[in-house]
Ligand binder design. Structure first.
Ligand code: NAP
Length: 226
């Protein structure tokens, strides 16, 4: 049994994570931190082996620091934070606790990013349109920023432009449109429900304790050999 605490437990993602952890036979939900529940992260770390954080960009780094300092591995899903601050915290904690970070835990979205990087090698231009529900606090999305980074690495060109749409009714969607002479290629992924993220979150919870690198960034590191 891996003992799991959740930060942001009363939020949209946090509630789905608590349900998924509670339903998994090899995982035990041992703590739930959220202002709405009256519990802070420090209170749920005692006895936890892994902290899953889906909170907000301004608090995620402090939560990650508190967990790593307490020797608790972290699976971080919150987006929009400063990656440099997390890198330093993960480095300091190496050997005691690991940090796993993914801008998108949906396996289809990870495939979309991989296909977009491959396509960027062969077509001369591309743009990213990311669409999310109107409560999302950061823009562009972490997924779009990561896609742009992967496309830039793969093509050797500057990162492609990102367009952000925020509307009620949306969950999390992204299109990568690539253009060449007389043709376009559109790669699209839709997360239609938050459950789409749960297999990836649970995979990370099960694997975070045995990572060779910390921080490890991106679900692709757990899914593919290269
Ligand atoms: P949300 O509904 O606003 O939930 C966040 C929750 O965290 C809220 O209940 C919030 O409480 C709580 N919180 C704030 N400060 C906290 C603290 N210090 N300790 C513990 N809990 C705290 O947001 P969401 O839609 O679930 O999204 C959460 C994050 O996950 C966002 O950054 C989003 O972009 C990201 N996300 C990532 C993925 C992925 O696959 N990586 C997928 C979807 C979303 P208050 O409302 O009282 O502040």
């Amino acid at each position: 049994m891996i003992r799991v605490a959740v930060a942001g437990a009363a939020g949209r993602m946090g509630q789905a994570v608590c349900a998924a952890v509670g339903a998994a036979e090899d995982l035990a939900l041992c703590g739930q931190a959220d202002p709405a529940l009256g519990t802070g992260v420090e209170e749920v770390l005692d006895g936890a082996e892994v902290l899953v954080d889906f909170t907000a960009p301004d608090v995620a780094a402090a939560n990650v620091g508190a967990a790593l300092d307490a020797g608790v591995h972290v699976v971080l899903g919150t987006t929009g934070y400063d990656p440099a601050a997390l890198e330093a915290k993960a480095r300091d904690a190496r050997g005691r606790a690991n940090l796993f970070v993914a801008p998108n835990f949906a396996i289809g979205a990870v495939l979309m990013m991989r296909f977009a990087a491959e396509a960027a090698r062969h077509l001369p231009a591309g743009e990213i349109v990311e669409l999310h529900h109107d409560q999302k606090r950061d823009a562009p999305s972490g997924t779009a920023a990561r896609t742009a980074e992967l496309m830039a690495q793969a093509s050797g060109r500057p990162a492609p432009p990102i367009h952000s749409v925020r509307l009620p009714g949306l969950v999390a969607h992204q299109e990568v449109i690539l253009g060449g002479e007389g043709q376009t290629l559109t790669i699209r992924h839709d997360s239609l429900a938050r459950e789409s993220f749960m297999p990836g979150v649970l995979l990370a919870v099960r694997r975070v304790g045995e990572l060779e690198r910390s921080p490890t960034v991106g679900l692709e590191a757990l899914l593919f050999d290269t």
